[in-house]
Design a protein. Structure first.
Length: 92
């Protein structure tokens, strides 16, 4: 299963996790604790971990094409919440 991981600098990573979970809650299952969450999409999983100075995101899917799409969904959601274009570097 292909997996990608990204570390995104963020002053309020915990707040980003909370906001992402609220944004996605109506459409997909979410397991959330204080600083982390597991979001189940139809095409795979997204794991979120808030650190003091960054948000760590991992996505896992069945194939590389789907992995790219799920990375794009996460990018779009984060940019929508922050209001800025982010240079997210995904590591496979």
């Amino acid at each position: 299963m292909p997996i990608s991981r990204a570390e995104i600098p963020a002053e309020d990573a915990k707040g980003l996790v909370e906001r992402l979970c609220r944004e996605w809650a109506d459409a997909r299952p979410i397991d959330r604790e204080e600083t982390q969450a597991r979001v189940t999409f139809d095409e795979g999983l997204c794991l979120l971990q808030a650190e003091p100075d960054r948000l760590i995101v991992a996505v896992e899917t069945l194939d590389d094409e789907t992995l790219d799409r799920l990375e794009g969904k996460v990018n779009a959601a984060l940019e929508g919440l922050t209001g800025v274009t982010l240079e997210i570097v995904w590591e496979n």
